[in-house]
Design a binder for this molecule. Structure first.
Ligand code: APR
Length: 237
């Protein structure tokens, strides 16, 4: 089936929920057990770096226990079927899209499995629990490593590429995100008039009304079915 144009996909914590990773908001969410102000801001890191390192070390440990689910795998299948036409932008810092096989993938909020030097800004793979004594492999200075995570109050990554893709895409889809956090929550408004937009989510998000198509249910059921529909019928007019 031919297709006309490119697709921008946005995912949030909901796509990883069925893999066993906590979302942020709602029952059992990460922000139930911790305050953003204590573990996910530059001020928190300046105030108590050990506490912030411990928060992310715990989240890294949970990654080793989980696997990509059918939703992650379906998005990777879509990218393979339509090479060069699919850009996946994720707010998630887990590596489940990477492990599922997605390649044209932007982690706009950073990645749990990477760390960054506070002094030389070099980004490195995470090689074990970080602490105040961790030395930067590039500049060799100690105590200068932070999680490669975009904290509240910091600029998301890759925004120029994301905005350019939104302005030219022929289809935008959001999976498993509550619409609480900008700029991601505003992406649906960044596409050209008339471009179809679809939201695949367990429950209505704060921006559901902005989408031309809204489907409710677990991502592991909705996403594979939606990908099958796309591959069979092409991008909806
Ligand atoms: N299938 C589909 N959607 C689901 C599922 C599921 N199995 N489980 C939960 N959801 C939906 C919820 O209904 C909710 O709308 O996923 C969304 C999760 O919302 P949040 O917990 O707010 O996560 P997210 O939207 O990714 O948060 C955005 O906020 O705290 C920051 O940086 C953090 O990237 C994160 C950003």
């Amino acid at each position: 089936m031919s297709r006309a144009g490119s697709i921008v996909l946005l995912t949030g914590a909901g796509i990883s929920a069925e893999s066993g990773l906590a979302t942020f908001r709602g029952a059992g969410g990460l922000w139930e057990g911790q305050r953003v102000e204590d573990v996910a801001t530059p001020e928190a890191f300046r105030r108590d770096p050990a506490r912030v390192h411990a928060f992310y070390n715990a989240r890294r440990a949970s990654l080793a226990q989980v696997q990509p689910n059918a939703a992650h795998l379906a998005l990777a299948r879509l990218e393979r079927a339509w090479p060069g036409e699919v850009l996946l932008v994720t707010q998630n810092v887990d590596d489940l899209h990477d492990r599922a096989g997605s390649r044209n993938l932007l982690h706009m909020h950073g990645e749990l499995l990477k760390v960054r030097c506070l002094r030389c800004e070099a980004v490195h793979p995470w090689t074990g629990p970080t602490s105040l004594d961790t030395v930067c492999p590039a500049c060799g200075r100690p105590a200068g490593i932070r999680p490669h995570i975009v904290w509240f109050g910091e600029m998301p990554l890759e925004m120029a590429r994301i905005e350019a893709a939104l302005e030219t895409c022929a289809l935008f889809a959001a999976v498993g995100t509550s619409g609480n956090v900008y700029p991601a929550a505003g992406f649906v408004a960044g596409v050209r008039p008339g471009v179809p937009t679809v939201e695949l989510n367990l429950e209505p998000s704060l921006v559901s009304s902005r989408f031309t198509d809204r489907r409710q249910g677990p991502a592991s059921r909705l996403v594979p079915a939606w990908v099958d529909e796309l591959l069979a019928g092409g991008i909806p007019a």
